[in-house]
Design a protein around this ligand. Structure first.
Ligand code: PHE
Length: 336
């Protein structure tokens, strides 16, 4: 029976004759196999389980023989065209996904700054204390180095535990960078002025997540080094940037502040939609930083700034909770 059915399937030259053969052997009402099944009742009770097994094996062999022939013939119509295909129906748009809103923002910021001649630079997210602290004029006992405010890597931490030394002082210590200012150092170590770069990337701080905090976020670092650079140049670059990204009516304000790697230092606020909002820090590059990278502070001057990318993106798009950006919720992400 098995061989007979297989032969019938193999002889079929199109789907219609194959269907005919299928009905004959596998048909639910009067197929040959169905008939055999009906006779099960007449078999002696003790033989029934073995007979049932044989019938099932036979049925699955016949079914796979049918599937093979079906595959051989394909579902195509006479001219190789699927008869169910209607070329007049509108197509189904493939679901291809899109770029994350933060990546879109990064691309936008690079484009704006690119028009002002700033080239993109990159640095590693796992950093050493030299680039994250020392060269940026952040001394050993500075609170910014506190293990509670930084993600030190575990290997270095356990080494420290053994000898009772502070983990941030251990030779070979690594940490997730807490700021993109690290890239200022890396660029200056490898190039001579004039320098005009931005660096956009992730930074990490052990903050409890809430509407405005997340342990990972992005910064846009800017660095310009040349001769006779002034605070007015810094303010102009940031104003042009803000006008391009947020709008013509945006104003800029500097408030006195302190960073170990800039002198003087300021907080940068933009006036937007009726209120002043802080977007980051900035200042003139501290002479000690120039010395750390081997520049002569009497010959060069420069400015640096660091702005929060999430904050810029959130203001521009009216996003009120930073966690939405990293929840992976497509209902949120599809809006951008
Ligand atoms: N790195 C500083 C921060 O993360 C911001 C900053 C960058 C300040 C460059 C001055 C100059 O807060």
């Amino acid at each position: 029976l098995e061989d007979e059915a297989r032969a019938a399937f193999e002889q079929a030259t199109d789907i219609d004759s194959l269907e005919e053969a299928r009905v004959k052997y596998l048909g639910a009402k009067s197929g040959v196999l169905k008939d055999v099944a009906k006779q099960m009742g007449t078999i002696d009770k003790s033989d029934r389980p073995t007979a049932g097994q044989k019938l099932n094996a036979c049925k699955s062999n016949v079914e796979s023989a049918f599937a093979q022939s079906q595959e051989r013939l394909g579902n195509d119509g006479p001219d190789g065209i699927d008869p169910t295909f209607d070329p007049t129906l509108p197509g189904v748009r493939p679901n291809i996904g899109h770029v994350h809103p933060i990546t879109q923002t990064i691309n936008h910021l690079m484009e704006i700054m690119g028009r002002m001649g700033f080239e993109a630079a990159e640095g590693p997210e796992v950093e050493d204390p030299w680039h994250n602290f020392v060269a940026l004029n952040i001394p050993e006992d500075h609170p910014a180095r506190d293990p509670l405010d930084n993600f030190y890597l575990a290997s270095a931490a356990s080494m420290a535990g053994d000898k009772g030394v502070k983990r941030e002082n251990v030779e070979g210590t690594r940490l997730l960078r807490s700021q993109t200012s690290t890239v200022q150092i890396r660029v200056m170590e490898n190039t001579q002025p004039p320098i005009r770069i931005i660096s956009l990337g992730r930074v990490y701080r052990p903050d409890q997540p809430d509407a405005t905090h997340f342990p990972m976020f992005h910064q846009m670092e800017g660095l310009l080094v040349d001769t006779n650079v002034t605070m007015a140049n810094l303010k102009t670059v940031l104003r042009v940037f803000a006008n391009n990204y947020l709008g013509d009516d945006v104003e800029i304000r500097f408030r006195p502040s302190f960073f170990p790697f800039t002198e003087p230092s300021v907080e940068v606020d933009f006036f937007w939609n009726g209120s002043w909002i802080e977007f980051g820090g900035a200042g003139m590059v501290d002479p000690d930083v120039f010395k750390a990278v081997g520049y002569d502070p009497d010959k060069v001057s420069g400015f640096a700034f660091g702005l929060g990318v999430e904050r810029l993106c959130m203001r521009r798009h009216g996003i009120t909770d930073i966690r939405d950006l990293y929840s992976g919720d497509l209902r949120f992400l599809r809006q951008f």
